[in-house]
Design a protein around this ligand. Structure first.
Ligand code: SF4
Length: 172
């Protein structure tokens, strides 16, 4: 995506279609209201241009990929929010029932832990990452959808939710 000039309708349409295609191919759905969804997509483009990554358009970004990795869209909190509330925090992604209008989409409480808690969790993950395991391969877990794979290194892209390798952490 180009990083200069105003964001055009074409830019928004291109990313909208990319997100919709990836969502549907992974069993996810986006909000049926196109105008609403395009506003969020525009916010993602703005954040990508500002920070270099698609930080959640409904949250305050720290401007550092290391700190914001959990809120790069799709964020680590999307799937639990979809299960519990039928929509992610921004309601860009919605459940099948919500998309079909069978259940209302209400306001979603913030699931992201406070910064200190996130830092503790990251430190713990780093501490255990090198722990020996009695397995022929390490097991990697996608932090967005929970996909697990046992191989030397995580895949370049999650085959389920399409996020990049940087969203995988050592599970075992
Ligand atoms: S999945 Fe929803 S809540 Fe999460 S970053 Fe994307 S738009 Fe925001």
């Amino acid at each position: 995506m180009s990083g200069s000039g105003p964001i055009t309708d074409d830019d928004v349409d291109r990313l909208y279609r990319e997100i919709e295609r990836d969502a549907e191919s992974g069993g996810y759905h986006i909000h049926p209201d196109r105008v609403f969804t395009e506003r969020l997509v525009r916010g993602l483009i703005e954040n990508e241009r500002r920070y270099g990554y698609r930080s959640c358009p409904c949250r305050l970004s720290a401007g550092s990929p290391g700190e914001d990795v959990d809120i790069v869209c799709p964020c680590d909190y999307r799937d639990p929010d979809l299960s519990e509330f039928g929509a992610c925090y921004c309601a860009l992604y919605v459940s099948k029932e919500a998309r079909e209008g069978k259940v209302p989409i209400g306001s979603i409480p913030e699931r992201r832990p406070p910064r200190a808690e996130r830092e503790r969790a990251r430190a713990e993950q780093a501490r255990t990452a090198g722990a020996p395991a009695q397995l022929p391969f390490p097991v990697w877990r996608c932090s967005v959808c929970g996909y697990l794979c046992a191989r030397e290194a995580p895949p370049l892209q999650c085959p389920i939710c399409k996020v990049g390798r940087e969203r995988f952490g050592r599970f075992i």
